[in-house]
Design a protein around this ligand. Structure first.
Ligand SMILES: Nc1nc2c(c(=O)[nH]1)N[C@H]1C(S)=C(S)[C@@H](COP(=O)(O)OP(=O)(O)OC[C@H]3O[C@@H](n4cnc5c(=O)[nH]c(N)nc54)[C@H](O)[C@@H]3O)O[C@H]1N2
Ligand SMILES: Nc1nc2c(c(=O)[nH]1)N[C@H]1C(S)=C(S)[C@@H](COP(=O)(O)OP(=O)(O)OC[C@H]3O[C@@H](n4cnc5c(=O)[nH]c(N)nc54)[C@H](O)[C@@H]3O)O[C@H]1N2
Ligand SMILES: [Mo]
Length: 770
């Protein structure tokens, strides 16, 4: 390593951390200014302007930020501050070249912050780490793909390979990727969804027969009541605030349910309207229920009880014609244990009654939610209770009403539709077999948590990551790192450098790929791809920028070239699919219901909406062929005295494990990330004060009957108006605290929003890198 070169290790961590007051409104002109500053910094002024004007336009590319849909009338600038950051992160002119890998050993990279790794720029060349080597070296594509193919062909069993996907992958790439995995012989297709909305999918499939939301933007705009539980839209889905502002103007009531008083739920200034620029902004939430972490199930049960006391507000006709299980639900909700409900929710009975009144008064209700509801032990029952509430008033399958799980990654929903799933349904596999003349495996594969266990126990030997940052995004960082290091080969198909590149198996590959903003040239010319948003709209996306390097392959090309090498005897024309993505879409149209006339329907600006029985015709593909009321035992998170329940959240300056910057503007945190938010009352009770430095220690029952402890050192305490008994800190720094076995029932999602911790005086006098 050259001595004049600063490394990620040398960057001081949190020396400049400062904490001020949270802001009082979201977005507005300061947000646009921040977006432009970041874009210009990464791309220069010309490229920044040209690129940002193509985000979410009919002839442009889909924003890689979040999965919030585009309104029917696309405005000239349909992006937000955080979308602009996501674009800048990808379209940056900075480059990672082989010299960087020559200068920095893998250990060096491992000791660098995620922020530093990401800010090195776009990956440009395939890189290989040989067994025993401590550096990556450049390698040709031919050799790289041969290394991977040789490993895969050498496995004793196809189930020793794991094929992970993150939700930025296009429909086309996802389809060929899962096809390859299944033709190879495994359903080991874990994805980021396993850590994200799996609980929503599990609950919705069972109860309404489709694992997706049932509303469109128009429904939100027409709703009379919108409930937003467990979501921080100002940071994570900023364009949703424009929709909410429109709904408010039409008279909708908005209720926010959250342990944190998130700023965007208070007031929003739309930077794209005159009023947003000069005015005080639109207040969003009419009511804010400061629920305790994990208290939503108790809340929704109590509201269900209260609604049942008022037969006049029920939709009898809907209940009789379209649902099952009503009588059992009525019986289960006949009484409510108010002291227990108040303890579980941290809310007063009158607050809960007011919410029930709002449901009763509404003729059309939408419930939106995100990670605050999906990452608890009892997430699936909690979401089932939302369905119960909506069914009572017939709020599914009619305008202005429905369920709205707000998705994260821009194409995470599409990837699942394309078959990225470890537990595929039989009709999908049968259609795949018929189309390609293969016999796809029927045994379920590993999800994310099971994959980590499989590597830990040497049941899995080859890891392939189609995007994402598996090692940093997953729980129990120390255990996960150790597990992945056991692999024979780890392969990351990536646009940017991240922590997963620094935790390798015996051998490792980095395969650099095109991003969504870039031109994708194949034999038949420039290709477009498609994505599906949170509201089931499928539309085209076409990048126009010159690729970050001449040596990048598209995700589709990588999979097809690999498949040709691994499966020479399988009669699938991979080359034709690579050469012309229309060929892939023609296959999809025959395999996946709802994609008929795929090619012509994506010519239409805005694309097309996938059909949904629940939404369109009130037909419910459940075990009873009706929408199902369910009875769910109440779960209250058990938190011993002197302990807090910790939720792990995103700051305003990150995209999952990608750290754009060190500010959490809306919450008043600047130039640092190792903070823990605790209420002033709890701090006093626990004997700490704002500004103290503490270690976070999580406690978890160990198999031998004792307790296991995990420690995340040195966090600055921030006195903050969160719910009593609850704390918040950022991930991925806190993933080390989440035990691998702490997962949600049914969905197996890590419980990243309910980690039982205690605070201890900091043991180190300097913050660690992670
Ligand atoms: N800029 C940006 N955009 C993103 C992302 C990003 O990292 N950065 N990530 C994308 C992805 S993959 C996803 S999944 C989404 C995530 O979007 P969010 O779900 O909004 O993300 P989190 O930061 O995890 O915030 C969880 C919210 O739920 C609240 N909450 C936590 N626990 C509970 C609870 O028990 N009950 C209730 N009622 N509320 C609770 C928290 O206080 C917080 O407001 O955003 C997507 N968009
Ligand atoms: N403690 C805790 N853990 C969590 C969560 C939490 O709330 N708390 N949230 C969970 C959630 S909701 C999610 S979705 C997961 C996210 O898990 P992942 O999706 O695995 O993680 P990301 O940080 O989104 O992945 C970022 C990397 O993706 C790569 N990338 C970006 N764009 C592209 C592309 O177009 N193609 C390819 N091939 N690669 C690309 C880049 O190399 C970048 O470094 O994390 C989960 N982990
Ligand atoms: Mo997510």
């Amino acid at each position: 390593m050259r001595s004049d070169e600063p490394t990620g290790r040398d960057i001081p961590v949190d020396d400049d951390l400062s904490v001020g007051a949270p802001t009082s409104y979201a977005a507005g002109v300061p947000a646009v200014a921040r977006a432009l500053r970041i874009s210009v910094d990464q791309m220069g002024p010309t490229r920044a302007t040209r690129t940002l004007l193509r985000v979410n336009q009919p002839d442009g590319f889909d924003c890689p930020g979040c999965a919030w849909p585009d309104p029917a009338q696309t405005r000239r600038a349909e992006f937000c501050e955080n979308g602009a950051k996501a674009v800048a992160e990808e379209a940056t002119t900075r480059r990672v070249t082989p010299e960087l890998f020559a200068r920095h050993s893998i250990d060096d990279l491992h000791e660098s912050t995620d922020h530093w790794l990401g800010s090195q720029g776009r990956l440009t060349t395939p890189m290989y780490k040989a067994a025993g080597a401590d550096h990556y070296e450049p390698v040709s594509w031919d050799r790289a793909l041969d290394v991977l193919a040789t490993h895969l062909r050498g496995l004793d069993d196809p189930d020793e390979a794991v094929f992970y996907t993150s939700g930025r992958t296009s429909n086309e790439a996802a389809f060929v990727y899962q096809l390859f995995a299944r033709a190879f012989g495994t359903n080991n297709l874990p994805d980021c969804s396993n850590m994200c909305h799996e609980s929503s999918g599990s609950a919705l499939i069972e109860t309404i027969g489709v694992g997706k939301g049932t509303v469109s933007i128009e429904d939100l705009e027409q709703a009379e009541l919108i409930v937003i539980a467990g979501q921080n839209p100002a940071t994570n889905h900023p364009r949703m605030l424009s929709t909410l502002a429109t709904a408010k103007e039409r008279g909708a009531v908005v209720v926010a349910i959250n342990p944190l008083p998130e700023v965007g739920l208070k007031a929003f200034r739309d930077p794209q309207t005159v009023r947003g620029v000069v005015g005080g902004g639109v207040p969003i939430a009419d009511d804010f229920l400061q629920v305790r972490l994990g208290g939503d199930q108790a809340l929704f049960q109590a509201v269900g009880h209260l609604l049942l006391q008022r037969p006049d507000v029920l939709d009898r006709d809907f209940v009789e014609r379209h649902t099952s299980g009503f009588d059992a639900y009525v019986q289960a909700r006949a009484t409510v244990d108010w002291p227990l409900t108040e303890r579980a929710t941290g809310l007063s009975r009158s607050q809960i009654e007011r919410l029930a009144d709002r449901f009763a008064a509404s003729g059309a209700t939408v419930v939106c939610w995100a990670m605050g509801l999906t990452q608890h032990r009892h997430s699936v029952p909690t979401i089932r209770e939302i369905v119960n509430l909506l069914l009572l008033q017939g709020n599914i399958g009619r305008p202005g009403a429905g369920v709205c799980p707000v998705r994260g990654h821009s194409n995470v929903q599409g990837d699942r539709t394309m078959g990225i799933y470890e537990k595929p349904a039989e009709p999908f596999l049968a259609a795949l077999d018929a189309e390609f003349g293969i016999t796809a495996p029927r045994a379920h594969g590993y999800d994310v948590v099971e994959s980590i266990r499989a590597f830990r126990d040497r049941r899995a030997r080859v890891f392939v990551g189609m995007g994402g940052n598996f090692v940093r995004a997953t729980p129990d960082s120390a255990v996960t790192e150790e597990a992945l290091r056991q692999a024979d080969l780890t392969v990351q198909i990536s646009t940017k450098l991240n922590g997963s590149h620094a935790v390798t198996g015996r051998e490792a590959l980095i395969l650099p790929t095109l991003g969504r903003t870039e031109r994708d040239e194949q034999l038949t010319g420039s290709q477009r791809v498609t994505v599906e948003d949170s509201m089931s709209m499928v539309h085209a996306s076409q990048g126009r920028l010159r690729p970050a390097s001449a040596d990048l392959l598209s995700e589709v090309a990588i999979v097809c070239e690999l498949a040709r090498r691994v499966l020479p005897d399988v009669a699938i024309d991979w080359a034709a699919m690579r050469a012309d993505y229309r060929t892939i879409r023609a296959h999809v149209a025959r395999v996946v219901p709802g994609f008929e006339s795929y090619e012509s329907r994506i010519d239409r600006p805005g694309g097309f909406r996938l059909p949904s029985g629940a939404r369109d015709t009130r037909t419910f593909a459940t075990s009873t062929q009706r929408a199902r009321f369910t009875v769910n035992p109440l779960h209250v998170i058990d938190c011993p005295p002197g302990h807090l329940i910790l939720q792990t959240v995103r700051s305003h300056d990150q995209y999952n494990t990608t750290i754009y910057g060190l500010d959490d503007h809306y919450r008043g945190v600047h130039q640092g990330r190792r903070v823990v938010f605790v209420s002033p009352e709890d701090l006093t009770e626990l004997g700490y004060a704002d500004g103290d430095h503490v270690d976070l220690v999580s406690v978890w029952p160990s198999p031998d009957g004792g307790t296991q402890e995990r420690r995340a050192p040195r966090f600055r305490v921030v006195s903050y108006a969160t719910a009593r008994g609850c704390a918040a800190a950022y991930f991925p720094e806190t993933n080390v605290l989440v035990p691998l076995d702490a997962t949600a029932e049914t969905s197996n999602t890590p419980t990243s929003k309910s980690v039982v911790i205690r605070l201890e005086p900091a043991t180190a006098d300097r913050a660690p890198v992670r």
